[in-house]
Design a protein around this ligand. Structure first.
Ligand code: NAD
Ligand code: TYD
Length: 354
């Protein structure tokens, strides 16, 4: 008798969002075997999922989606029923420095994975699903009004968003050409515990804690739509089980903030938590040279997933931000470890000419 009802591959499970998706699936579905494939790049950290080690239905495998021969054997070994694909290079500023790395992992890695699934499933796609996790950044930039819907044409501006757009197109083409049951969701900016401190919120929490400058790009009037990572994981769970193959779903927080308003809120919350004088962290703000090709505004219309599956965000932004700050303050060792060594070089290089 088969020990598990299904075997599911999660790629990138040692990263930020992947670790929350894994935790949800491993704990909620003891009847599934969940296999985490991760290359453990600078962004992947097994500490993020330490609590899952030793669980009966959880397996970690170190491997690289850029390696198609590895993937072929890997798919033969596990006989997967489904794939939830999160592994990626994910930081816009790094993509500006080294676009090719984004092509290799996000585009070629995704095509390798599509080929491995198609081959392993031998065109018998019954009850199989390839679920590709993407971003709202593929839609480009909005003016002062309007929202991205599932019908908004793709218009990426950064090498990161271009590589994600290309991977989305490949996923859709495998559905349309070969009939591979594939699903895509495009989500807005996530925040929460375990995010690598290269992205705005964890970077600024780290800098405020250490009384370091807060480098706000340009005039700080750029707008993002923020979603607590656990709400994204909940949406992924719903879509994996109830989404329509061939379809795209937008996921967002209905929660737009300009960067400067967000940074002010962060500073004020941290002053309170650290027992600092009101307004002291705001003094660390420094407006620096802008990011080239910087998208002005992202905002998601997530009404389709709400209408069809009843999903909506459950964590209010101030509450989520407060929980996130608490997590970083309580997990000083995690933060110290990921910001030592290579990180110092990254920071100096990335911010030296700003
Ligand atoms: P992350 O950078 O924190 O994690 C990426 C993970 O992928 C890491 O564990 C890394 O080791 C692994 N990885 C990288 N290259 C690999 C390779 N070649 N082979 C195997 N594993 C590899 O990223 P994240 O923020 O958790 O994002 C996860 C996914 O969600 C990405 O596809 C990203 O585009 C998408 N997304 C992110 C956001 C966001 O706000 N962070 C929003 C929408 C969509
Ligand atoms: P980021 O977290 O890198 O996410 P994304 O670029 O994918 O939206 O950045 C969020 C916003 O914050 C974006 O408008 C760029 C800005 N930003 C800064 O102003 N300073 C920084 O040091 C960083 C990392 C980002």
């Amino acid at each position: 008798m088969k020990k598990f009802d299904k075997t599911i591959l999660v790629t990138g499970g040692a990263g930020f969002i992947g670790s929350h998706v894994l935790r949800l699936f491993v704990n909620k579905y003891p009847q599934y075997q969940i296999v985490n494939l991760d290359a453990l790049t600078y962004a992947g950290n097994l500490e993020n999922i330490k609590d899952l080690e030793g669980k009966d239905n959880y397996v970690f495998e170190k491997g690289d989606i850029r390696d198609k021969n590895f993937l072929k054997n890997f798919f033969e070994k596990y006989n997967f029923d489904g794939v939830i694909h999160l592994a990626a290079e994910s930081h816009v500023d790094r993509s500006i420095e080294n676009p090719l790395a984004f092509v290799e992992t996000n585009v070629i890695g995704t095509v390798n994975l599509l080929n491995a699934a198609k081959e392993a499933w031998k065109d018998n796609f019954k009850d199989k699903l390839f679920y590709h996790i993407s971003t709202d950044e593929v839609y480009g930039s909005l003016g002062k009004t309007g929202l991205f819907t599932e019908e908004t044409p793709y218009d990426p501006h950064s090498p990161y968003s271009a590589s994600k757009a290309a991977s989305d197109h490949f996923v859709r083409s495998y559905h349309d050409t070969y009939g591979l049951p594939a699903l895509i969701s495009n989500c807005s900016n996530n925040y929460g515990p375990n995010q690598f401190p290269e992205k705005l919120i964890p970077l600024f929490v780290h800098n405020i804690k250490n009384n370091k400058e807060l480098p706000v790009y340009g005039d700080g009037q750029y707008t993002r739509d923020w979603l607590y990572v656990i709400d994204h994981a909940r949406a992924i769970d719903m879509l994996f089980h109830q989404g329509k193959p061939g379809d795209t779903y937008n996921i967002g927080g209905f929660n737009e903030f300009t960067n400067i308003d967000l940074v002010h809120l962060l500073c004020d919350l941290m002053d309170k938590k650290l027992g600092r004088e009101e307004g002291s962290s705001r003094k660390l703000i420094r407006f620096v040279k802008d990011r080239p090709g910087h998208d002005k505004r992202y905002a998601i219309d997530a009404s389709k997933i709400n209408r069809e599956l009843g999903w909506k965000p459950s964590v209010d932004f101030e509450e989520g931000l407060s929980r996130t700050i608490d997590w970083y303050l309580e997990n000083e060792e995690w933060l110290n470890r990921v910001t030592s060594g290579e990180y110092q070089k990254y920071y100096e290089q990335m911010y030296k000419d700003r």
